[in-house]
Design a protein around this ligand. Sequence first.
Ligand code: MTE
Length: 310
Amino acid sequence: MAGRWKNELTWSDVTPKDTWMNRRQLLAGAGAMGLAMTAAGRGEAKINAKKTSYGKGLKPNKLGDITSYNNFYEFGTGKEDPAKYAGSLTTDPWTVKVDGMVDKPGNYALGDLISGMQMEERIYRFRCVEAWSMVVPWVGFELADLLKKVGVQGGAKYVAFETLERPEEMPGQRRGILNWPYREGLRLDEAMHPLTIMATGLYDEPLPNQCGAPIRLVVPWKYGFKSIKSIVRISLVDKEPYATWNKTNSREYGFYSNVNPTVDHPRWSQATERVIGGGLFSAREPTLMFNGYEAEVASFYKGMDLKKFF
Ligand code: MTE
C-alpha cells in the first residue's frame, strides 16, 4: 500500500517526536540544531516512502531512543557521543565512489546514485553485538537495486563498504580507536537479498547524522556492526574484504556475524537481549536466530559450521 505512511501507523499518535526535537534543541544547543539544519539543508525534509509489510507486528522504538543511544566511533565511544558530536558533519554534498568489478564505476553524487530507487519503509529488528536491541522504522531501498544499476561483473563475489574519513569533522578519528576508515563487507548473495537495504531516512525524516547520514547499510539478520554508516565507497571485489571489527579482534567478531543466540561472545552470552526503551525493570528478551529472519536467510548458510563461521 503506497502513501504517506506517517498517517497510517499507530506510533505517529504516540511518538513525542516534535516535543523531543524541541527539547533536544534546548538541551543540546548547537549539536541538535546542526542535526535539524542538516536535514533541512538537504532539501528533502519529508520522505515519501512506500509502505510495506516488513515489520508487521513490531513496535518501533521512539525517535528519541533511536537517535540518542548510538554506536558511531567516528564521534567517540560513548553511546551519547554521536548525538552530541555528529550534528556538525557535512553530509551535503556527498559523493559515493563505486569501483571494482562493476560496469559503471564512478564518483556518484548521492542524488544521482539513488535516483530511480524505490524508497520504502522497512521496520526491522536491530540487534547490536553488545546484546541490546531496538526496532527501527528505516526508509531506504534495496541494495540489490543499486547493484543492478551499476552492473555487477561476473567475477565479483563480495561487496566492500567504506565510511567517510574526515577527522576535522569526526573527533573520534583524531584518535586511534580503530583503523580508519570504518569498513565492512558482505558476500554478494547477502548483499543481493531483498532484506538488505541502504537507508537514507528513518521515520519520515532524512537520517539523523548520528544514525549514519546521509546513507548507511542495514542488514537486519546480522549484528549491528555490519550495518556501516555514512558510506562513501562501494566496491565489488572477488576476495573477502576487510571488515573493521573482524580485523580488529577476529577472536570476538567474525566476518559473518549473523545473529545467533547459540554462539556466545567470548565475554558474554548472546542468548538474550536488552530492549532499549523497554524501561528500567523490563525483562531481557530471548534473542532470535538470525534476529528473527531465519526463514528468509538460513539457506545461505546451509552446511556452514556457524560456530566456526560466526
Ligand atoms: N558505522 C561506522 N562507520 N562506525 C561505527 O562505529 N558502529 C556499528 C554500526 N555502524 C559503527 C557503524 C555498530 S557497533 C552498531 S551497533 C550500529 O552501527 C549502530 O547503529 P545505530 O546507532 O543506528 O543504532
